[in-house]
Design a protein around this ligand. Sequence first.
Ligand code: FCB
Length: 445
Amino acid sequence: MFDPGFLWGAATSSYQIEGAVAEDGRGPSIWDTFAATPGAIQGGDTGAVAADHYHRFPGDVALMAGLGLRAYRFSLAWPRIQPTGSGAVNQRGLDFYRRLTDTLLDQGIQPWPTLYHWDLPQPLEDRGGWPARDTAERFAEYAALVHEALGDRVTHWTTLNEPWCSAFLGYATGRHAPGRRDPAAAVRAAHHLLLGHGLAAEAIRGDDSHVGITLNLTHVAPVGTEPADLDAARRIDGMQNRLFLDPLLRGAYPDDVLADLREVTGFGHVHDGDLKRIGASLDHLGVNYYAPMLVAGSSTPTQSAYVGSPLVRVADGGRPRTAMGWEIDERGLLELLLRLKDDYPAVPLYITENGAAFDDVVEHDGVHDAHRVAYLDGHLRSCAQAIGHGVPLKGYFVWSLLDNFEWSFGYGPRFGIVHVDYATQHRTPKDSARWYAEVIRRGGL
Ligand code: FCB
């Protein structure tokens, strides 16, 4: 069961909700550039206005307070704070996050900032982006500036959101900004993201600061017991989970994953001492979980984000799916949490994202999103079970507080527990928001 200190929260990210992309000195990010590329985003959508949170944050924080949220996970837009990705602070950009943090604290809501949720300053991409080692150094410098400004008000820091996506969707498949299709660059990016995290953790950690990272982890299972299926599961688990967990929690890359990736690139970009810094960096681990993965061996090579593993395909588990087409299976979350407990040194865990998009219908008396309530209920039951098995799970953040810009899918998928009418920016709490408020009030299900 959930203890009284369990942290109940909701999450968002800067580019997905803020809008105001050219205000108060903000520089362009790779997502501004990518969204302006014809064909990159469904419907030609961009984050230019999004949920207009930059202007509406006081109302949004009041909404959070009304729901009884104990914590709010948001991200800071690096290009607001360092418009070119290096050098002096743009105080007006930082002031926005000072005001947001103070407003949250006034309402008794714990600010839970993420330093990087994918909006890299475009000038840094122009100088090589994450495949270049210098970006890791720049990230640590930026982290130190933010920590200096907010360190008296923030205790729990998250460096990166889902470095797997930044590296492999951004640089291998090109489905995310910056839209590159260069598998070797993606592998270098993954390392430099981890290094950037490690360097930032050194810059941030102090008396009261706890440093974490948020990974998108999943439970990977083979369709059957054929050697090709077992190998597919090993490879996907390696790329999705262990490539990040092992360096962070064990201080080394897994040998089998390095061997798989050698077909793509050498590892000259990993310098002596890097893994030591990455391996000493976590006070807590953020877990984003949406769906499990069922995988099979394949005889035809496919191009995917799983570089180095072309003979793998994702199989159908035969379960109901969300509007994203993601299979709904809360048991995957339980398996994942138990696995983290069994296979890795103990570290406090937080679910930093979990939720679902459904085709919500706005009716005259609200948004009756029973599917989302069922999804969240099921996954919270898995959390409770995991805690019962001794998993050190300390908090849970719903993705998302608000409907928002869902990356290359644009504004189509709605993940919010609060509906946003993008024409009027009117917010309507869905049934799931009321349900979640009740869960928080009761301290559990
Ligand atoms: C995660 C992202 C988040 C959101 C959800 C649906 O991968 O971190 O920004 O898009 O998926």
